[in-house]
Design a protein around this ligand. Structure first.
Ligand SMILES: C[S@@+](CC[C@H](N)C(=O)[O-])C[C@H]1O[C@@H](n2cnc3c(N)ncnc32)[C@H](O)[C@@H]1O
Length: 334
């Protein structure tokens, strides 16, 4: 068996003690992933039943088991490096009486090619914790079928500033005790920093669950943050046909992403609305003349996301896709 690199080892030790999103199987509100996939289904008219779905870094499995419960005719594989998280995921599988999901222990950084090929790969809140996210993405795209699709959730740099400031305060106070998560949790509570942005499960029921959130958001052993330029660089090194930002989270709000001026109002979900933000005719006409990447950057700078949901597509997936919003926001790499 290939040894884990030192960063992965550190991350693994952290999740061993504080499995994410929750050490408890009794959690009600972890529907974010299912909601995302249902929106994708509605907008794209692609059915996610009878598909093979791979969740890379499934954690304690709360989110992916909700998805497996919904898409009963699809087959699921969840992998994670944390034994503790995997054991909770397996408990959930049993509790929910699921036959269509397996969990395995695997380190993404050691390669995942042998796991097979999938219609859909999910890597939500994981890539930014890898020792080398760019290599990680390349490993994951190798598991896509020719018409495969990948969804990623990545931390946002522009909206992550305050969290990083708070993280640094705790880190400095911890001094030589940086890996003392228990003390870090106490400091976070003392300083009133146990408030969370969108993306963390805000409906925690007990102290243990809140501890896991504090560790994940303020004491994490390894994380990278991204803006839309970093995302572009990340995808440029992948072997995908291209990508689109599917949604952003900013503050405690989630938005479907659209760089165009006229937004689709069919879905009753908030969408980025640049016309509302730029306000004047002059600034809007300047905006209209920009290329897509510059439009993305303007939205980035105005909304300051703390997270991005990104869809990466193979060429065949792109050709098959009827989702107009994704197509008009799509950035081709090749
Ligand atoms: C923030 S949690 C996200 C869990 C889940 N995707 C969710 O959204 O609820 C990150 C997970 O990634 C896993 N992880 C981190 N590095 C990994 C690696 N190299 N290989 C596999 N899993 C990894 C961690 O153990 C942890 O469970």
């Amino acid at each position: 068996m290939t040894k884990d690199d030192p960063i992965t080892q550190k991350v693994k030790n952290m999740y061993k003690k504080y499995p994410y999103p929750s050490p408890s199987t009794d959690v009600s509100q972890t529907n974010e992933l299912l909601n995302l996939l249902r929106i994708f289904e509605i907008e794209s008219k692609i059915k996610l039943e009878n598909k093979s779905i791979f969740d890379a870094g499934s954690g304690t499995g709360h989110r992916i088991t909700n998805v497996a419960q919904h898409f009963k005719k699809s087959s699921f594989l969840g992998i994670d490096i944390s034994d503790k998280s995997l054991s909770i995921a397996n408990k959930l599988k049993k509790l929910k009486k699921l036959q269509n999901i397996e969990f395995q222990k695997y380190n993404i950084m050691n390669g995942v090619k042998t796991l097979g090929k999938f219609d859909l790969v999910l890597c939500m809140g994981v890539l930014h914790h890898l020792s080398n996210p760019s290599n990680g993405l390349q490993m994951l795209t190798k598991t896509l079928k020719d018409d495969g699709i990948i969804f990623l959730y990545l931390y946002g740099k522009l909206g992550g500033h305050k969290r990083m400031v708070n993280k640094e305060i705790i880190s400095i106070l911890l001094d030589k005790e940086k890996l003392n998560y228990d003390l870090g949790i106490k400091l976070a509570r003392d300083l009133g920093l146990n408030k969370f942005d969108y993306g963390w499960n805000l409906n925690f029921k007990n102290k243990k669950e809140e501890d896991a959130l504090i560790v994940d958001s303020l004491l994490h052993a390894n994380e990278f943050l991204y803006d839309c330029n970093d995302i572009d660089n990340l995808f440029k090194k992948s072997n995908l046909y291209g990508y689109a930002i599917f949604g952003i989270t900013a503050g405690t709000e989630g938005y479907l992403f659209d760089a165009s001026i006229t937004t689709d109002k069919k879905l009753s979900i908030p969408q980025t609305n640049i016309a509302e933000k730029l306000k004047t005719k002059r600034s809007l006409s300047c905006y209209k003349l920009l290329n897509l990447k510059d439009k993305l950057r303007i939205i980035d700078l105005i909304y300051e996301p703390n997270g991005y949901t990104i869809i990466g597509l193979t060429k065949y997936a792109y050709d098959k896709l009827s989702n107009k919003r994704i197509k008009r926001n799509f950035i081709k790499i090749k």
